[in-house]
Design a protein around this ligand. Structure first.
Ligand code: DUC
Ligand code: ZN
Ligand code: ZN
Ligand code: ZN
Length: 484
């Protein structure tokens, strides 16, 4: 049965024009005037855009002694309700666990997804098994992105020797390195010092992770990536210190991307200071919320193109889980939600304020990341042949965000009380109408895994540094017979 989206205005990362969209077998088969189909979806007054892609989620993730509460069922339903049609989650081996073993665990969980999804692989330790399995993950399993935690010392963190080894391996395989860039050694020192001085509350979490720890780690990751010759994607860029490093690297011709979160763009550090314990703890995430100057830097980055993608790092814990950290802020599970609010919040605070054009909105919520992750134009496009992952966006539809009305399974929402204008009329996942005017018709298990191929020779063109400093043996005479 075919469907046609009629009377809408198509908005892509580069074009805005009036046309209908015909969908058959889950893909777009025609774009043009006066199309007909078995079922008509009326898009009068709406924009027809590529569905959102959230490249940074942690669904049902084992972390800090518990599991994040939104799983692939509630998480992908939440995504669809807000116009997001694909999520990319992190398969996370525990230290010592094989990559393929971890991937099996994520395969099992993700069977319930209502929208399409992909995985990034995390490298949480280093050894021959990881080195070997990386090739299988890239070549056979369709995963070309590998995340490294430079923080969470004693748990997920990898050191510089491990980063350098992994980045080199990725360079060989055509993969992309990703980093959670915070200096984990310094965070551990600052945390211990704060606790020893009696600072046990959630605000101490922010003091333990100042912008400098992020700026330092981002710079270090960029330099190591450059030496290894691998493209680098910096997740959750939250501050000018990190953004500045990314901006400079891009100006130097390095393949480096930065990803601000909708939370960091719209919420600031006052959430930790002018509030009760639960309010502050519910907003504990790493990196923490920053001040307004850092926020301005992130918006400027989206406008100028030095930052490329808006994500959520959706990692939702209930209030009860957050209370594991009463008396010790280091035990508050790190993470906030945002999957269903990312698109309406960015539209409201970006497009409606004049900070972003509609085309820029599409670029940073969908098209840019589809290109970076090598799934464009299957995803992130309104083109004939692309998957019909679409959102019919009603710029006049409004609501106030509340935990009570949200899809996410937790008991609060960090955007509680925010008024948004701009919401989906329809969200389609491969042609299936999952949301119609707030009514959920998402189907558990509808989602499919999206395979992504490695990059070709592009990795080698990163910078000329490697060529210029390649080891050259020097022929010399007059070598002394003995050393000192
Ligand atoms: N930061 C969070 O806040 N939660 C999940 C992992 C991370 O890096
Ligand atoms: Zn992270
Ligand atoms: Zn994360
Ligand atoms: Zn279906």
């Amino acid at each position: 049965m075919s469907k046609v989206i009629k009377n809408g205005t198509i908005v892509t990362a580069d074009l805005t024009y009036k046309a209908d969209v015909l969908i058959e077998g889950g893909v777009i088969t025609q774009i043009g005037p006066d199309l007909t189909g078995d079922e008509v979806l009326d898009a009068t007054g709406c924009y027809v855009m590529p569905g959102g892609i959230d490249p940074h989620t942690h669904l049902e993730m084992p972390f800090m002694g518990t599991y994040s509460t939104d799983d692939f069922e509630s998480g992908t339903r939440a995504a669809l309700s807000g116009g997001t049609t694909m999520v990319v989650d992190f398969a996370l081996p525990s230290p010592g666990q094989g990559l393929l073993d971890a991937l099996q665990m994520w395969d099992n969980k993700s069977g319930r997804a209502a929208c399409d999804y992909s995985f990034h692989m995390a490298v949480t330790w280093w050894g021959e098994q990881v080195f070997d399995e990386m090739e299988t993950v890239v070549r056979d399993r369709g995963i070309n992105t590998f995340k490294h935690f430079m923080a969470y010392k004693g748990a997920l963190m990898v050191n510089d020797d491990e980063l350098y080894a992994s980045f080199n391996r990725l360079s060989e395989l055509g993969g992309i390195a990703m980093v959670h860039a915070e200096n984990g050694d310094v965070v551990a020192e600052l945390s211990a010092k704060l606790l020893a001085a009696g600072n046990t509350g959630p605000e101490a979490h922010a003091y333990s992770r100042p912008p400098q720890v992020e700026g330092e780690a981002t710079n270090r990751a960029i330099m190591i990536a450059d030496m290894a010759g691998v493209p680098l994607y910096v997740v959750h860029t939250s501050c000018e210190d990190s953004h500045e490093a990314i901006r400079r690297a891009r100006m130097q011709g390095k393949r480096v991307w930065g990803e601000p979160l909708i939370q960091h763009l719209t919420l600031d550090e006052s959430e930790y200071f002018n509030a009760d314990w639960d309010h502050a703890a519910r907003r504990v995430m790493s990196p923490p919320f920053r001040n307004k100057q850092h926020q301005d830097s992130l918006w400027a980055g989206l406008q100028s193109g030095s930052l490329s993608v808006v994500a959520t790092d959706h990692c939702a814990f209930t209030t009860e889980q957050k209370r594991y950290g009463v008396g010790d802020f280091t035990k508050i599970p790190n993470g906030t939600g945002g999957l269903e609010d990312r698109m309406p919040m960015l539209w409201t605070y970006g497009v409606n304020t004049g900070r972003l054009t509609m085309n820029e909105f599409v670029a940073v919520t969908s098209t840019n990341i589809a290109k970076i992750l090598n799934c464009y134009p299957k995803k992130g496009a309104v083109l004939v042949g692309a998957d019909a992952d679409l959102v019919v966006w009603d710029p006049e539809k409004e609501k106030t965000i509340t935990a009570e009305s949200q899809v996410s399974a937790i008991d609060y929402n960090v955007f509680e009380g925010k008024h948004v204008k701009g919401l989906p009329r329809f969200t389609l996942t491969r042609g299936h109408v999952a949301v119609h005017d707030g009514e959920m018709r998402a189907q558990e298990g509808h989602g499919k895994f999206v395979k992504r191929a490695p990059n070709g020779s592009v990795n080698k063109a990163l910078s000329s540094w490697k060529e210029l400093t390649a080891p050259r043996p020097v022929e010399r005479s007059g070598i002394p017979a003995t050393g000192v």
